[in-house]
Ligand binder design. Structure first.
Ligand SMILES: [Zn+2]
Length: 276
Protein backbone atom coordinates (compact mmCIF):
# COMPACT_ATOMS: atom_id res chain seq x y z
CA UNK A 1 0.00 0.00 0.00
CA UNK A 2 1.47 3.30 -1.06
CA UNK A 3 0.37 6.89 -1.03
CA UNK A 4 0.98 8.93 -4.10
CA UNK A 5 3.52 11.70 -3.28
CA UNK A 6 1.16 14.22 -4.87
CA UNK A 7 -1.48 13.40 -2.31
CA UNK A 8 0.96 13.99 0.54
CA UNK A 9 2.10 17.24 -1.03
CA UNK A 10 -1.46 18.48 -1.54
CA UNK A 11 -2.36 17.67 2.04
CA UNK A 12 0.76 19.48 3.26
CA UNK A 13 -0.14 22.55 1.25
CA UNK A 14 -3.83 22.73 2.00
CA UNK A 15 -4.02 21.55 5.58
CA UNK A 16 -4.04 24.33 8.16
CA UNK A 17 -2.92 23.16 11.57
CA UNK A 18 -5.29 25.66 13.18
CA UNK A 19 -8.22 23.84 11.59
CA UNK A 20 -7.36 20.72 13.58
CA UNK A 21 -8.29 22.45 16.85
CA UNK A 22 -11.65 23.38 18.34
CA UNK A 23 -12.01 27.11 17.68
CA UNK A 24 -13.20 27.62 21.27
CA UNK A 25 -9.94 26.16 22.59
CA UNK A 26 -7.83 28.76 20.79
CA UNK A 27 -6.80 32.21 21.97
CA UNK A 28 -5.44 34.61 19.43
CA UNK A 29 -2.23 36.39 20.41
CA UNK A 30 -0.86 38.57 17.63
CA UNK A 31 -0.46 36.44 14.56
CA UNK A 32 -0.52 33.18 16.51
CA UNK A 33 -2.94 31.11 18.53
CA UNK A 34 -2.44 29.64 21.97
CA UNK A 35 -3.98 26.48 23.31
CA UNK A 36 -3.32 23.93 26.04
CA UNK A 37 -0.29 21.76 25.41
CA UNK A 38 -1.03 18.02 25.62
CA UNK A 39 2.63 17.13 26.15
CA UNK A 40 2.92 18.53 29.65
CA UNK A 41 0.56 19.38 32.47
CA UNK A 42 -0.33 22.74 31.05
CA UNK A 43 -2.12 25.13 33.39
CA UNK A 44 -2.04 28.03 30.96
CA UNK A 45 -2.12 27.69 27.20
CA UNK A 46 1.49 27.10 26.16
CA UNK A 47 1.11 25.46 22.79
CA UNK A 48 1.47 28.08 20.11
CA UNK A 49 0.08 27.58 16.63
CA UNK A 50 1.74 29.54 13.89
CA UNK A 51 -0.53 29.69 10.83
CA UNK A 52 2.15 31.02 8.50
CA UNK A 53 4.65 28.31 9.40
CA UNK A 54 1.78 25.85 9.85
CA UNK A 55 3.45 24.44 12.96
CA UNK A 56 2.57 23.86 16.60
CA UNK A 57 5.25 24.48 19.17
CA UNK A 58 5.41 24.37 22.96
CA UNK A 59 8.19 26.42 24.52
CA UNK A 60 7.87 24.60 27.82
CA UNK A 61 8.35 21.21 26.20
CA UNK A 62 10.64 22.62 23.50
CA UNK A 63 8.74 20.43 21.14
CA UNK A 64 6.82 20.98 18.00
CA UNK A 65 5.08 19.28 15.15
CA UNK A 66 3.59 19.98 11.77
CA UNK A 67 -0.07 19.52 10.96
CA UNK A 68 0.18 15.92 9.76
CA UNK A 69 2.34 14.99 12.73
CA UNK A 70 -0.19 16.54 15.07
CA UNK A 71 -3.05 14.60 13.53
CA UNK A 72 -1.08 11.32 13.65
CA UNK A 73 -0.36 11.82 17.30
CA UNK A 74 -3.79 12.94 18.38
CA UNK A 75 -5.57 10.21 16.46
CA UNK A 76 -3.01 7.49 17.03
CA UNK A 77 -2.58 6.99 13.29
CA UNK A 78 0.29 6.00 11.09
CA UNK A 79 1.55 8.59 8.62
CA UNK A 80 -0.34 6.93 5.78
CA UNK A 81 -3.55 6.67 7.71
CA UNK A 82 -3.32 10.29 8.80
CA UNK A 83 -2.66 11.54 5.27
CA UNK A 84 -5.52 9.46 3.95
CA UNK A 85 -7.96 10.77 6.53
CA UNK A 86 -6.84 14.35 6.03
CA UNK A 87 -7.02 14.02 2.26
CA UNK A 88 -10.58 12.84 2.57
CA UNK A 89 -11.37 15.72 4.89
CA UNK A 90 -9.90 18.18 2.42
CA UNK A 91 -11.61 16.60 -0.57
CA UNK A 92 -8.34 15.46 -2.12
CA UNK A 93 -8.75 12.27 -4.10
CA UNK A 94 -6.40 9.55 -2.90
CA UNK A 95 -6.79 7.40 -5.96
CA UNK A 96 -3.74 5.15 -5.67
CA UNK A 97 -5.42 3.01 -3.06
CA UNK A 98 -7.21 0.12 -4.56
CA UNK A 99 -10.27 -1.40 -2.96
CA UNK A 100 -8.27 -4.11 -1.21
CA UNK A 101 -5.96 -1.52 0.36
CA UNK A 102 -8.92 0.52 1.52
CA UNK A 103 -10.51 -2.52 3.09
CA UNK A 104 -7.29 -3.48 4.82
CA UNK A 105 -6.83 0.03 6.16
CA UNK A 106 -10.36 0.06 7.55
CA UNK A 107 -9.76 -3.31 9.15
CA UNK A 108 -6.56 -2.09 10.73
CA UNK A 109 -8.24 0.96 12.14
CA UNK A 110 -11.01 -1.16 13.65
CA UNK A 111 -8.43 -3.52 15.13
CA UNK A 112 -6.49 -0.61 16.58
CA UNK A 113 -9.64 0.69 18.26
CA UNK A 114 -10.37 -2.74 19.69
CA UNK A 115 -6.84 -3.06 21.05
CA UNK A 116 -6.93 0.36 22.73
CA UNK A 117 -10.12 -0.61 24.55
CA UNK A 118 -8.68 -3.99 25.53
CA UNK A 119 -5.44 -2.53 26.89
CA UNK A 120 -7.36 0.02 28.92
CA UNK A 121 -9.50 -2.70 30.50
CA UNK A 122 -6.40 -4.77 31.22
CA UNK A 123 -4.64 -1.82 32.81
CA UNK A 124 -7.59 -1.16 35.11
CA UNK A 125 -7.88 -4.82 36.04
CA UNK A 126 -4.14 -5.15 36.80
CA UNK A 127 -4.20 -1.96 38.88
CA UNK A 128 -7.21 -3.16 40.88
CA UNK A 129 -5.58 -6.52 41.54
CA UNK A 130 -2.45 -4.86 42.88
CA UNK A 131 -4.45 -3.10 45.58
CA UNK A 132 -6.43 -6.20 46.57
CA UNK A 133 -5.10 -8.77 49.03
CA UNK A 134 -3.79 -10.93 46.16
CA UNK A 135 -1.44 -8.10 45.20
CA UNK A 136 -0.13 -7.52 48.71
CA UNK A 137 3.29 -9.05 48.05
CA UNK A 138 3.73 -7.10 44.82
CA UNK A 139 2.64 -3.89 46.49
CA UNK A 140 5.03 -4.50 49.37
CA UNK A 141 7.78 -5.15 46.84
CA UNK A 142 7.14 -1.85 45.05
CA UNK A 143 6.95 0.11 48.27
CA UNK A 144 10.06 -1.63 49.50
CA UNK A 145 11.75 -0.28 46.40
CA UNK A 146 10.90 3.26 47.41
CA UNK A 147 7.76 3.90 45.37
CA UNK A 148 5.00 5.74 47.21
CA UNK A 149 1.35 4.73 46.82
CA UNK A 150 0.87 7.95 44.85
CA UNK A 151 3.64 7.09 42.39
CA UNK A 152 2.30 3.58 42.05
CA UNK A 153 -1.15 5.01 41.27
CA UNK A 154 0.21 7.73 39.00
CA UNK A 155 2.05 5.17 36.96
CA UNK A 156 -0.92 2.81 37.01
CA UNK A 157 1.25 -0.08 38.05
CA UNK A 158 -0.56 -3.37 38.36
CA UNK A 159 -0.41 -7.04 39.16
CA UNK A 160 -1.48 -9.88 36.89
CA UNK A 161 -1.09 -12.70 39.41
CA UNK A 162 2.44 -13.43 38.31
CA UNK A 163 4.11 -10.22 37.37
CA UNK A 164 4.21 -6.54 38.27
CA UNK A 165 2.72 -4.87 35.23
CA UNK A 166 4.01 -1.53 33.98
CA UNK A 167 1.75 0.05 31.36
CA UNK A 168 3.55 1.39 28.31
CA UNK A 169 1.65 4.38 27.04
CA UNK A 170 1.58 6.28 23.80
CA UNK A 171 1.89 10.09 23.71
CA UNK A 172 -1.81 10.46 24.46
CA UNK A 173 -1.49 8.36 27.59
CA UNK A 174 -3.27 5.39 26.03
CA UNK A 175 -1.88 2.07 27.13
CA UNK A 176 -0.61 0.12 24.17
CA UNK A 177 1.36 -2.62 25.91
CA UNK A 178 2.78 -3.76 29.23
CA UNK A 179 6.13 -4.67 30.60
CA UNK A 180 5.87 -7.39 33.20
CA UNK A 181 8.46 -8.09 35.88
CA UNK A 182 8.51 -11.38 37.70
CA UNK A 183 8.28 -10.79 41.43
CA UNK A 184 10.42 -13.56 42.86
CA UNK A 185 13.09 -14.23 40.35
CA UNK A 186 16.37 -15.96 41.04
CA UNK A 187 18.99 -14.80 38.61
CA UNK A 188 20.40 -17.58 36.53
CA UNK A 189 17.47 -19.86 37.24
CA UNK A 190 17.77 -22.54 34.57
CA UNK A 191 14.62 -23.10 32.58
CA UNK A 192 12.72 -20.57 34.67
CA UNK A 193 10.34 -17.93 33.40
CA UNK A 194 12.09 -14.83 32.13
CA UNK A 195 12.39 -12.01 34.64
CA UNK A 196 10.98 -9.48 32.19
CA UNK A 197 8.37 -9.91 29.56
CA UNK A 198 6.98 -7.25 27.26
CA UNK A 199 3.88 -7.43 25.15
CA UNK A 200 4.28 -8.80 21.66
CA UNK A 201 4.45 -6.38 18.80
CA UNK A 202 1.05 -5.63 17.42
CA UNK A 203 -0.75 -2.78 15.67
CA UNK A 204 -0.51 -0.59 18.76
CA UNK A 205 2.82 -1.60 20.13
CA UNK A 206 5.96 -1.45 18.12
CA UNK A 207 8.98 -1.64 20.33
CA UNK A 208 11.15 0.43 18.10
CA UNK A 209 8.72 3.32 17.98
CA UNK A 210 7.27 3.67 21.43
CA UNK A 211 9.12 5.47 24.13
CA UNK A 212 8.41 4.43 27.67
CA UNK A 213 6.87 7.33 29.56
CA UNK A 214 6.32 9.41 26.46
CA UNK A 215 3.04 10.65 27.87
CA UNK A 216 4.84 11.87 30.97
CA UNK A 217 7.48 13.95 29.33
CA UNK A 218 8.64 16.63 31.71
CA UNK A 219 9.34 20.28 31.48
CA UNK A 220 12.85 21.21 30.47
CA UNK A 221 13.29 18.30 28.14
CA UNK A 222 15.55 18.74 25.21
CA UNK A 223 14.31 20.23 21.97
CA UNK A 224 13.28 17.71 19.40
CA UNK A 225 12.79 18.06 15.68
CA UNK A 226 9.30 18.79 14.48
CA UNK A 227 7.18 15.68 14.17
CA UNK A 228 7.10 13.99 10.82
CA UNK A 229 6.39 10.55 9.54
CA UNK A 230 8.25 8.99 12.44
CA UNK A 231 6.60 11.15 15.10
CA UNK A 232 8.81 13.19 17.39
CA UNK A 233 10.19 11.32 20.35
CA UNK A 234 10.96 13.15 23.54
CA UNK A 235 13.02 12.54 26.59
CA UNK A 236 11.27 11.77 29.80
CA UNK A 237 11.72 11.03 33.43
CA UNK A 238 10.56 7.73 34.83
CA UNK A 239 8.65 7.57 38.10
CA UNK A 240 10.70 8.51 41.10
CA UNK A 241 10.48 7.70 44.77
CA UNK A 242 8.15 10.17 46.42
CA UNK A 243 6.39 10.88 43.15
CA UNK A 244 8.37 14.09 42.84
CA UNK A 245 7.59 16.17 39.80
CA UNK A 246 10.99 17.82 39.92
CA UNK A 247 13.43 17.22 37.19
CA UNK A 248 16.53 15.51 38.43
CA UNK A 249 18.68 16.09 35.39
CA UNK A 250 18.94 12.39 34.79
CA UNK A 251 19.39 10.63 31.52
CA UNK A 252 16.26 10.43 29.39
CA UNK A 253 15.08 7.23 27.82
CA UNK A 254 15.91 6.76 24.21
CA UNK A 255 13.40 5.43 21.76
CA UNK A 256 15.34 2.38 20.72
CA UNK A 257 14.00 -0.49 22.70
CA UNK A 258 11.54 -1.15 25.41
CA UNK A 259 13.13 -4.31 26.62
CA UNK A 260 13.18 -3.90 30.34
CA UNK A 261 16.91 -4.49 30.84
CA UNK A 262 17.60 -1.85 28.20
CA UNK A 263 15.27 0.54 29.97
CA UNK A 264 17.06 -0.13 33.23
CA UNK A 265 20.42 0.40 31.59
CA UNK A 266 19.31 3.66 30.03
CA UNK A 267 17.81 5.07 33.18
CA UNK A 268 19.85 5.34 36.31
CA UNK A 269 16.94 6.72 38.31
CA UNK A 270 16.38 4.77 41.47
CA UNK A 271 12.72 4.15 40.91
CA UNK A 272 13.11 2.78 37.44
CA UNK A 273 16.04 0.69 38.55
CA UNK A 274 13.87 -0.54 41.38
CA UNK A 275 11.18 -1.64 39.00
CA UNK A 276 13.32 -3.35 36.44
ZN1 LIG B 1 4.18 21.53 26.45
Amino acid sequence: MRLHPDVIEQVRQRLQIVDLFEPASLRRVGGEFLTRCPWHEDRRPSLSLNPSKNLAYCHVCARGTDAIGWWMEQQGLSFQEAVLQLAERLGIAAEPFDAADQARLQQEMAERKRLYALRQTQRQTFAERLWRSEGAAALAYLQGRGLTPQTIRDWQLGWNGERVMVPLNDPQGRTVAFSGRLLNHQNGQPGGAPKYRNSRNDLLYQKSQLLFGLDRAREGDQPQPAGGAGGGAVRCDPPRPGGSQQRSGGVGLQPHSLDAPAVAAAVPHRAAAALF
